[in-house]
Design a protein around this ligand. Structure first.
Ligand SMILES: [Cu+2]
Length: 205
C-alpha cells in the first residue's frame, strides 16, 4: 500500500513537471510571437537569443525576463529614450552603479552604462516602463515605504520628485513612468540642499 502511494505521488510530480515544461515553452513561443507582431523592422526573433530566453526562464520563473522585460543579446533601437535618476540618502548622493541590467549575455531593456545615473530605455517596441521595473532589474528594494534597507518613518520620510515636482503620497512610486529626459530624484531622510529639477543629457541622448 505504501509503495503504491509512493508510486502515485512520484507519477503526479513527474506529470506536473512535464506539463510545466510544456506550458513554459508555449509561453516563450507566444511571447516571441507577440514581440515580432508588435515590432518594427529592428526587431527579429533572432534578437531574442535562445540562451537569453533559457536564462530568463530558469532564473526568473517567467518566459520573458524580469517584470515582463526582455533581455536581448543586442541593444534595441526601436524605442530608445533616457531618463536620469538621483538618489539621496540623508543628503548624501548615492551613486547608481554602471551596468545595471547588463548581464554579459544580454541587455535588459532598462539598463545603465556608467555611473552617471542615466537610465537607458532601449526596447524593441514603444511601451511604458516604470521606476519599479528598473529597481527590479537592479534587484534592489524600492517602494513608497523603503529604498534599499532604508525604511521610511516619521523622522525619515521617503519622497520622490519628478523634474522637481514632489509626487503625491497617493500614487505608487513604483508606477512612476520613465519619460525621455525625466529627472527623477529619490530622497530618503534629510533632504539635500537642492532637489535637482533637470539633468543635462549629452547630445544624442
Ligand atoms: Cu541609450
Amino acid at each position: 500500500m505504501r509503495e503504491q502511494t509512493r508510486f502515485v505521488i512520484t507519477t503526479a510530480i513527474l506529470l506536473t513537471a512535464i506539463v510545466s515544461v510544456v506550458l513554459c515553452n508555449a509561453k516563450t513561443t507566444n511571447a516571441q510571437g507577440n514581440m515580432s507582431t508588435a515590432s518594427g523592422a529592428n526587431m527579429t526573433k533572432g534578437n531574442m537569443t535562445a540562451a537569453g530566453a533559457a536564462k530568463n526562464m530558469t532564473t526568473e520563473g517567467s518566459g520573458y525576463g524580469i517584470d515582463d522585460i526582455g533581455c536581448n543579446a543586442m541593444e534595441q533601437a526601436a524605442f530608445h529614450i533616457h531618463a536620469h535618476l538621483d538618489i539621496f540618502i540623508n543628503g548624501v548622493h548615492f551613486i547608481v552603479p554602471s551596468e545595471i541590467g547588463i548581464t554579459g549575455a544580454c541587455f535588459y531593456w532598462l539598463h545603465t552604462h556608467d555611473e552617471s545615473g542615466i537610465i537607458h530605455i532601449e526596447a524593441p517596441m514603444l511601451r511604458d516602463f516604470t521606476l519599479g521595473q528598473f529597481f527590479d532589474i537592479w534587484n534592489k528594494k524600492f517602494s513608497n515605504g523603503q529604498i534599499f534597507r532604508y525604511v521610511a518613518n516619521v523622522n525619515n520620510p521617503l519622497e520622490v520628485y519628478v523634474n522637481g515636482t514632489q509626487q503625491s503620497s497617493k500614487i505608487n512610486d513604483r508606477d512612476i513612468k520613465l519619460h525621455a529626459h525625466d529627472e527623477i530624484a529619490i530622497v530618503y531622510g534629510t533632504p539635500p540642499s537642492t532637489i535637482p529639477k533637470s539633468y543635462t543629457f549629452a547630445e544624442g541622448l
